[in-house]
Ligand binder design. Structure first.
Ligand code: GRF
Length: 218
């Protein structure tokens, strides 16, 4: 028996029309922007309700403010212990009634506090076909290894680094002459597509976790 992932924790309240998504980022924020733009489409079943960054200077945070979205810098340094930092994050998430967290270039490992509070409700995007090339500089790792195909992965987040159950993957061919920049750009284009596709499935309640497998229900 697998765990059917709840699309939202409604607890007997009336059904919300759209899933409420928080985006965590630390930098550029192009995945945030793609998700946000897709959320504005008429058929979207999710909306971006809050942006959180651990980096004050993150470009993504600025962009979120430009769009008029609630966007917060929460300083890990201010809180010292990760549990205290994450408790502060959880307060913000609760205030915005968040159903699902999307890590999008969030350069911190999620700790116990958040994992417990949002069990099976945290997704991440990684620019490689996991389990190949987890961690930093995945595109460079792929080029250095000499693979002919790399890609991107959306997965549930667990306590490890890029190690949770895989939801969607998209392969991207490595072309002769590719460097880190050119390969990253082509992968990024696919990241922008599959992250929203995974969100759509999540909020259609079509993802069922069965041990390591994520079954996509028809
Ligand atoms: C993306 O390549 C993502 O896969 C990785 O970090 C990068 C973030 O880029 N986790 P952006 O900030 O979304 O533009």
């Amino acid at each position: 028996m697998g765990v059917r992932v709840p699309p939202s924790a409604n607890h007997g309240e009336p059904m919300k029309t759209k899933g409420r998504v928080a985006i965590f980022l630390s930098g550029r924020g192009s995945n945030f922007e793609a998700i946000y733009q897709n959320s504005l489409k008429k058929e979207a079943n999710f909306e971006v309700v809050v942006i959180i960054s651990n980096k004050k200077s993150a470009r993504g945070l600025e962009k979120a403010k430009e769009y008029g979205l609630p966007a917060f810098f929460i300083s890990p340094k201010k809180f010292g212990l990760k549990t205290a930092y994450e408790k502060e994050i959880i307060k913000t998430l609760k205030k915005h009634d968040v159903d699902l967290i999307c890590l999008a270039g969030y350069m911190k490992i999620v700790g116990e506090e958040l994992l417990r509070a949002y069990e099976n409700r945290i997704l991440n995007i990684h620019p490689a076909l996991l389990p190949a090339f987890p961690g930093l500089h995945a595109q460079k790792q792929a080029l250095d290894y000499g693979v002919k195909v790399s890609g991107c992965t959306v997965h549930f987040v667990d306590a490890g680094v890029d190690s949770g159950p895989v939801i969607l993957q998209q392969a991207v061919a490595v072309e002769p002459g590719d460097d880190e920049e050119t390969l990253s750009q082509r992968i990024l284009k696919e990241e922008h597509r599959i992250y929203s596709a995974a969100l759509r499935l999540y909020f259609e309640n079509r993802l069922k976790i069965s041990e390591r497998n994520v079954i996509i229900l028809a």
